[in-house]
Every structure is written in C-alpha cells, then in structure tokens.
Write a protein that binds this ligand. Structure first.
Ligand code: ZN
Length: 518
C-alpha cells in the first residue's frame, strides 16, 4: 500500500481521512483531497486543454488528435492500464466528412424543346445525399399529398406507376399539421413503389412546412461528420418552394394553385404524370475519410469475484474548433472542465488501493458532432458491454452555482437508478448538492432535458444504468468566450473529490447499480 503513496504526509493523511472516510472511500483520496496537488493538477490540465494551442479540439482535425494523445499520455503517466484497441490507450474510429457541393448542384426540367432551371438553396433544398451524393434523370408524376392509408381508403398513388419516376407531392395534409405525413414516411412510400426520387412542395400557408425548408437550406452546404459505414446510394429527396413548383407543374400541364385549393379541401383526385417533363438532378458531394480517437484506460479491480465488473467514468474531450475566420472556441467548460476532472480523478484513484470492481476511464471524441465517439465505443466496446455495470458521465461541470451539481435521471425519470441516489448521498461530503434544475439566470432547465444530449445516452440506450452530471448552460455556451479564466476551479476540485468518491463507492458496493421505479 505504501509504495503507491507519494508524499511523506501519510500521518497527516490518516487524520484527514476521518473527515472524508465514507463507507468505501480509501485513505489515499483524503491525502490527495487536502494537499494542493489536486488544484495544481486541475490547473495544468485545464489551462492546456482550453488553450489556443489546441484550437478548440475539433474532432477529425489535427487538434483533435493531439488532444487524444495528450489524454492517453496522462493516463499512462498516472499508471493506468491501456484499455483502448490493440493493447493501446487509443481507440481509433473512422468518420466520413462530407459536404454537398451546393454550387455544383443542378436541377432542371426539360419540356419538349424548353428547359426550366432551378437554383439550389433558393428554389429547392436537398437531403439524404450521404457521402455519395445522388443524380437522377426521370419523368415526374404528381400524387397530391402522396398518402397511402388503407384504413381511410385513401391511395393517392392509385392508377399510376411511379416505377423509375420522380414522385412530386404536396407537403402538409388536408387536415392540417396534425395529419401531416412525415417526410420520412413519404420517402419510404415512394421508395417502396420503386420511384427514382421524391420532390415535396412546401406549403406556403404552413409555418412548419416553411420552417423545415429554411432549416434544410441552412444545413445543406454544411460539412457533416458521421461514423464511417458502408452506405447505400442516397435516395434523391428534394424540397421545393411553391413558386418554383408552380413553374415545374405548369410545364407538365398541372395547375398548382388549383391543386392546393381542391386538395386542401379534402378532395381526393387521381395522380397525374407531368406531360413531357423530364427532370434532371445532379447533387455532387465532396467527402473524405477521417480518423478520430477515443481514449480508454483501466484500473483493474482487486476482488477476484467482482474485478470482471466495470464502472465507466466518461467525458467528451472534443469541442467545436476554430471558425473559418480563425476564431478559436476554447471550450473551457464544454468540456475541458469534464476532461480535466476525468484526468485528475484517474490520478487520485491510481494513487489509492484498487477498488473491488474495475474502473474504466473513457474520454470520447465526436460528442459535438452527434455523440459519435461514444456511439462507436458502445457499438465496438473495448470491454465487453455485459461487464459494464454503470456509466458516470460528466459534461460542463465548471460553472454556475459553486456548490451545486445538476444530475439526470431525476427521481421522476424512467431511468432513475441507484447511481443517482448514491451520488445524492455522497455529494454533501465534499460540499456539493445534487439538484435537478440548473443553469444561469435565463437558461435554467431541468437536467432531464439533457438526458439525450451527452455521451451517457449511448450507454442508456443499451440498458446500462447511467448518471449524468452537468452544471447547466450559461452565456458562453458554444461561444468563443467559453474560456479558462471563467472556470470555477474550486468547484472542479469539489467535482474531482465527488466523482472519485462516487466511482470508488460504486466499485466497492456489494450491490450493482439498479433501476428504481420512478
Ligand atoms: Zn459538451
């Protein structure tokens, strides 16, 4: 035991242990928690992770890679075992980074000798192009709202074949937003009938239809990052404004205004092929394969009966990077605060006796891109999922009320469990209180609202009990002003002790974490 103790203040450590000893928290933590070591360690990690040198730690960039290697080096230096891929601390995973080349998109309709051209981002927007893009040259068929509702005896496709053709449908429904078919179900209906693509006409009288169009046009040219997967070519999906569609349908002998009027009134009319119209669509995408990293390290459990069971502590290391104009988003609270806490907890736990169960420290990337790193880890775990008994995830823990930490799932949440009750018990020991509503003035929210918004969600999705700690939003959320000077380092010190105590308690408890009926 002694060998692992660092400074000669052992006698001192025993005294303070009395203060911090809870059912299963060993002496070593007390030693760490009093000396300046924790504060110094917090300063070192936080000031580096949130520095301009890391350029905002965006996944898929060199900065993201440097961040991962820094974390791996720290965990190695703390004496933890590698628990990434192939005996390393790192778990590389592939991403596809793709961007629709909006400037090169073409949508036109040839009618006899004439041709109509439409402008991407103004007349139409696209989605579902994946990293392969899509192209189409086909005749077009107008199917009204495109409903196929056997119960109601409605089939807007009746009497025509749309095999290999572009299906043109009105957005919305006769009975207004409530009866609206989702774009997804429309796409599935058209695809099931062998159509070559789907074009939905935006309803100028519906705010939700217009809002969806505006959102698509905003997103269309953005870089998208997804986990690399072998994918089918995208099914062409076009959303077109009513003004542009009036020209397209008009060229094919269909009067759109009449169609809106009679079909909004609930009249069911037969589908119509647009006479002599041939639609051409080209939507090229530039895409590249990127490699990102998760980092994983283990403290092996000491109890032969329980060492196979693993408690996962996680935090995302990435942030949103540097803007095109060179402004760095340092992401001090989001989530350099959580990563710093994870690295310092690793140091604390490694300096004490090993708990009965094993502890996995997992720093994931890709969170800001859609929880990609944790999605990959859970789908390709470096420790079998059946050995994972619980996940303790932290994100943005360095701001707002100094002695309060938000948590979810709350007692009213379906996934409420004993990890949460254990946390509520232990928090006061280090000067923290667990609360269900957090956030700066004006952005105070129930933490349950964030249950799907950080990496624990991927663990909860596969039935693993989770607890998520979060201090709430503030004015610097996802702003370049989220800088290290604004972090409450005293609070981070409390978080380190709190999480170290909680992880150790869960790893030593006789019972595994379990759900509690809300
Ligand atoms: Zn975050």
């Amino acid at each position: 035991m002694k060998t692992r103790l660092r400074c000669p203040a052992f006698a001192f450590a025993c005294v303070s242990a009395a203060v911090f000893w809870s059912t299963s928290v060993p002496v070593a933590i007390a030693q760490w928690s009093d000396g300046p070591v924790i504060e110094r360690t917090i300063d070192a990690h936080l000031d580096f992770l949130a520095s301009d040198a890391l350029g905002g730690r965006e996944t898929g960039t060199r900065y993201g890679d440097i961040t991962a290697r820094y974390i791996a080096a720290c965990l190695q230096a703390s004496g933890l075992e590698p628990a990434g891929a192939d005996g390393t601390y790192l778990q590389p995973y592939d991403l596809s980074s793709s961007r629709l080349m909006q400037e090169a998109c073409e949508l036109s309709a040839a009618v006899a000798v004439d041709s109509l051209a439409f402008t991407a981002g103004t007349d139409y927007a696209l989605r579902g192009y994946g990293r392969g893009g899509f192209s189409l040259a086909a005749g077009a068929t107008f199917v009204g709202y495109g409903r196929r509702d056997g119960e109601a005896g409605i089939d807007d496709y009746a009497g025509v074949s749309v095999e290999g053709r572009l299906v043109v449908a009105l957005d919305g429904s006769p009975s207004g937003p409530s009866g609206t078919l989702s774009w997804r179900s429309r796409r599935e209906a058209a695809q099931a009938l062998g159509a070559a693509g789907l074009l939905v006409i935006i309803d100028p009288e519906s705010r939700s239809s217009t809002r969806s169009f505006n959102y698509l046009t905003q997103m269309m040219g953005n870089q998208s990052l997804e986990l690399w997967a072998d994918e089918e070519p995208g099914f062409p999906f076009v959303a077109m404004t009513s003004e542009a569609a009036r020209r397209l349908l008009g060229a094919g002998g269909v009067d759109l205004d009449t169609e809106w009027r009679v079909r909004r009134g609930g009249q069911v009319k037969p589908a119509k092929n647009l006479r002599e119209v041939r639609v051409r669509l080209t939507a090229p995408v530039s895409s590249e394969r990127l490699v990102a990293q998760n980092v994983a390290a283990m403290i092996r459990g000491s109890d032969p009966l329980l060492a196979d069971e693993v408690v996962v502590m996680s935090a995302h290391m990435d942030h949103i990077g540097t803007t095109e104009s060179g402004v760095i988003n340092n992401g001090a609270d989001d989530n350099a605060s959580g990563t710093t806490t994870l690295l310092t907890v690793a140091e604390v736990l490694a300096s004490g006796p090993a708990p009965r169960r094993s502890v996995l420290l997992l720093a994931v990337s890709g969170e800001e891109k859609g929880l990609l790193g944790s999605e990959h880890w859970v789908s390709q775990p470096t420790v079998p999922l059946e050995r994972i008994i619980g996940n303790i995830n932290i994100d943005m823990v360095g701001r707002n009320a100094p002695h309060v930490i938000g948590a979810t799932p709350s007692p009213t949440h379906a996934d409420y469990n004993t990890l949460v009750t254990r946390a509520v018990e232990l928090a006061p020991e280090v000067g923290l209180t667990v609360e269900w509503v957090v956030g700066a003035e004006g952005v105070r929210r129930r933490v349950d609202q964030y249950y799907q918004r950080s990496d624990h969600a991927n663990f909860a999705r596969v039935g693993i009990p989770v607890v998520f700690f979060f201090s709430g939003e503030h004015e610097d959320y996802h702003q370049p002003t989220d800088t290290a000077d604004k972090i409450d380092r005293g609070k981070l010190g409390r978080m380190v002790r709190f999480i170290a105590n909680l992880v150790t308690a869960v790893a030593n408890d006789d019972q595994r974490p379990s759900k509690i009926e809300p």
